[in-house]
Design a protein around this ligand. Sequence first.
Ligand SMILES: C[S@@+](CC[C@H](N)C(=O)[O-])C[C@H]1O[C@@H](n2cnc3c(N)ncnc32)[C@H](O)[C@@H]1O
Length: 224
Amino acid sequence: MLPRRIRRALKDLAYRTPAARFLMPRYHYNFRPAQLGFLVSMLDEVRFVDGAVIEVGCFACATTIYLREHLADLGRRRRYLAIDTFDGFLVADVDYEIRERAEVTDRHSLDYTGFSINRRSWVERSLALSGHGDVELVQGDAGALDYGQFAPISFALIDVDLYQPVSRALRSIAPFMSPGGRIVVDDCLAGNIFDGALQAYTEWCGENARQPEIVHGRLGVIRF
Ligand SMILES: C[S@@+](CC[C@H](N)C(=O)[O-])C[C@H]1O[C@@H](n2cnc3c(N)ncnc32)[C@H](O)[C@@H]1O
């Protein structure tokens, strides 16, 4: 270990560079604190329910690490599957928003590239450094997966934003939910770039005679 004064000088130097924004404590989450708290309460509710936890759309796995820490506190080992393209949205999914959902919002001017600066190897390293190297990363289209391979499922967080992947993932995951399980769909909020999630969620609720339950402004909940 380097002497304290050298470590301090190195840190001082690093904090003066543009890299400081990656090194200093910052808020890294795509969820507000109350929304993260709600996700934690969902894990508490499924504490005695059998099945894997699935995060559909994990980006850099910041929320994954947060939720995994809570699962560790609960003292129950579960499979945790984190699914992503690790390359942002699929062209076909964005095209669908622009072609088929253009009447909802003028989508041509919107930027769908936000999550494309990512890499599976970065996420693997981050999980390993955090002590969560056993999270199972699944790379591919979340809308085309056979979720039966992960069944039973106790909790699924669906966070892929656009209509097609949210709708397809929701329809493919629901049949494999354990009794007492929970699904949360993020971005169930009207009139924003990701309101495809709201459409997919409300359609599923309508088709399955469920009353929509949207909490904390944008979290669509389904209780099994
Ligand atoms: C809002 S981010 C997920 C944020 C993450 N849950 C968190 O809390 O930090 C949405 C992610 O969905 C992924 N995504 C979008 N479409 C997808 C698809 N069809 N299949 C798999 N992943 C997809 C993107 O690459 C992006 O990383």
